[in-house]
Design a protein around this ligand. Structure first.
Ligand code: NI
Length: 224
């Protein structure tokens, strides 16, 4: 973990608590690729490197887990979340099958309140900088437009894969920063106009652009 030491040294101690310092430092190391997917994050080893007790380390790892950057595995303990282009492509393939279908089935049942809620969520995303919150708002935005489908299995499956996409969104936002808000607006406009084909076309563009963004992210990471 030589590169982690560099990040620790560069970070300095400008944080209020030890936990905050560890969390921010590990987060930067994970998002920048200094700590690669699958890297074990052993509490004892980190405590030594950060020169502090294990308690703030454990707490920081829990917070990173909540942000989708760390996984706790039964026999391995904490590891940097596994993200791969293949898994991302898998996720997009499923979303590209489910979401247009959910949208088509939902649209006839959506009303002005749903469109207003979707627009509120777009505005909330605009004023948000925290990737974790942005991911959650993005998920609620999409699910608002699919909810009218009224099919619990389809909606649960759709939401499950939107949640899975969240971990990729963090990395995407850390490099690119474009949530596809222009597409979100065009999507609601097409829904308001009851133009099903246009709405689905915009959604497909939205998914394809996000997928391309992640491909570029992985390509850049592989080259660095
Ligand atoms: Ni979106």
């Amino acid at each position: 973990m030589a590169s982690l030491d560099q990040v620790i040294q560069a970070g300095g101690r400008r944080f209020r608590t030890a936990t905050e310092f560890v969390e921010a430092t590990l987060k930067q190391a994970i998002l920048s690729g200094a700590l690669l997917p699958g890297t074990p994050l052993r509490q004892e080893e980190l405590a030594t490197r950060f020169e502090m007790s294990r308690m703030p380390i454990r707490e920081a790892l829990r917070q990173l887990e909540a942000q989708g950057l760390v996984d706790f595995e039964p026999h391995r303990g904490a590891i940097v979340v596994e993200i791969t282009l293949a898994d991302s492509d898998d996720n997009f393939a499923i979303r590209s099958a489910l979401e247009p279908q959910a949208l088509r089935l939902s649209l006839p049942h959506l009303g002005p309140d749903d469109f207003a809620l979707a627009e509120d969520l777009i505005a909330e995303i605009d004023s948000e900088n925290d990737p974790a919150r942005m991911g959650e708002l993005n998920r609620r935005f999409h699910m608002t437009l699919y909810a009218g489908a009224g099919l619990p299995r389809l909606l649960a499956l759709t939401e499950q894969h939107l949640v899975a996409a969240d971990r990729y969104l963090r990395f995407h936002l850390a490099t690119d920063g474009d949530m596809g808000q222009a597409e979100h607006r065009a999507l609601v406009a097409a829904c308001r106009a009851r133009d099903e084909n246009e709405a689905v076309a915009v959604l497909n563009r939205h998914l394809a652009r996000a997928r391309a963004g992640l491909s570029a992210f992985f390509a850049a990471r592989a080259a660095s």
